[in-house]
Write a protein that binds this ligand. Structure first.
Ligand code: FMN
Ligand code: EPS
Length: 362
């Protein structure tokens, strides 16, 4: 498993879902940054399992201990390491999964790649649980970005085909973006919230799961983050966001909709406003030439339906080498999307901070 990523702010994540603990080492932070630990805890609670009717019943407090890099309320400049203890693993749920592979999960490729040595309990390192350390890192990044006037927020753009309104591509207020963190199902149109929740419960009753779309926005970004080609903002964000389990697609700005437009529609007209260049539309999602152009960054992610479902599915037993069927039992998210929202915000915040430091430090 490749567990290190980042250019100037390097993250190492470690642990397995049913091992003793999981955590993150965050390298490259400046010394002397005051951290609001209560704000970090709040972000962790947004993602924590067992926190709503729509989530897996596995109950984890996801409280963290900072093992290094923090002293007298400030970062020391050394690696910031946070550890989260696993307190509520039911490994018995996975006894079958040693041999029988769950369709849609990492079990089979993991078994082959790691020669059967992978910790299959709870999906091991493939588990969505490893996103808790990412949320810790993102919460730290959010605090550093706030000092630069940058705010990141995300909402459920669609769930089981039920659509929310879209963010105003010309920008939402920081308050609106931050308010997304107050709800289990953050939506712009409150009328769709209950229908979405019912769709999750209905799928769950049928031993099934649902997926959807997350729309994420960052405001306050300067012109000039990112590079043309390999270190484009789109490349770096996509690399980081595809690391989140269950993410299967990303589109910036109008994304696939651009395919049906003419240049005269997809180009964002520019004008001077108070000596500042602004675009009057934002079809490109705030990035052109791989570089932030001063407009809000906007992108949409596809989150697939949870793979572990109770319905009977065709699969294989890799020990007996026979075809078989599987009905997954245990504790699973009927829909990953609500808990993935703080993760997407976190990964975006960390990647943007990394891009800032790449631009500032060269
Ligand atoms: C926050 C979060 C929670 C998740 N919860 C579950 C779950 O309860 N059950 C499950 O089978 N997959 C869950 N997943 C998704 C799997 O971890 C993921 O589908 C699997 O590792 C295969 O990776 P892939 O979907 O990226 O191909 C979750 C993912 C995230 C980000
Ligand atoms: C524990 C978390 O979610 C888990 C993510 C997950 C998976 O396969 O990704 C499967 C389930 O694991 P378990 O069977 O151990 O309960 C979820 O509960 C978490 O996100 O913290």
């Amino acid at each position: 498993m490749s567990s290190v990523m980042g250019e100037r702010v390097k993250l190492t994540i470690f642990g397995e879902s049913h091992g003793p603990s999981i955590g993150v080492v965050m390298d490259g932070l400046p010394a002397g940054v005051e951290l609001d630990l209560a704000a970090i805890e709040k972000e962790m609670k947004r993602r924590a399992p067992g926190s709503s009717k729509l989530a897996t019943p596995r109950k984890e407090p996801d409280s963290f201990t900072i093992e290094s890099g923090f002293f007298n309320g400030k970062t020391t400049g050394m690696a910031l390491c946070a550890r989260i203890v696993n307190t509520n693993a039911h490994s018995r749920d996975y006894s079958k999964m040693k041999e029988i592979m769950r369709p849609g999960h990492g079990d089979y490729p993991g078994y082959v790649k790691f020669h059967g040595c992978n910790d299959y309990r709870g999906g091991g390192s493939f588990s969505g649980r490893l996103t808790a350390p990412l949320v810790f890192a993102g919460a730290v990044a959010k605090q550093l970005l706030a000092k630069k006037g940058v705010t990141v927020g995300a909402h459920v753009a669609a769930l089981a085909g039920i659509r929310d309104d879209r963010f105003n591509p010309l920008g939402e207020t920081a308050e609106t973006l931050r308010s997304m963190g107050e709800e289990t199902l953050p939506v712009l149109n409150p009328d769709v919230r209950e229908t979405m929740a019912q769709a999750v419960t209905a799928a769950q009753k049928e031993k099934d799961s649902v997926g959807g779309l997350i729309e994420c926005m960052a405001i306050g970004l300067p012109v000039g983050l990112g590079e043309p080609y390999f270190d484009s903002v789109e490349s770096r964000l996509s690399h980081a966001l595809f690391s989140v389990p269950a993410v299967k697609g990303i589109a910036f700005g109008d994304g696939f909709g651009l395919a049906e437009m003419r240049g005269s529609e997809s180009n964002d007209p520019m004008q001077y406003r108070d000596d500042r260049v602004v675009c009057t539309t934002n079809h490109n999602g705030g990035v052109t030439g791989g570089i932030t152009n001063g407009m809000p960054l906007v992108f949409t992610l596809v989150i697939k339906p949870t793979p572990s479902i109770g319905k009977t599915q065709h699969t294989v037993n890799v020990v007996t080498r026979e075809d078989t069927t599987l009905e997954v039992t245990g504790r699973h998210d009927p829909c990953i999307l609500p808990r993935a929202i703080p993760v997407v915000e976190a990964v975006t915040a960390w990647t943007l901070l990394d891009l800032f430091y790449m631009a500032e430090r060269g």
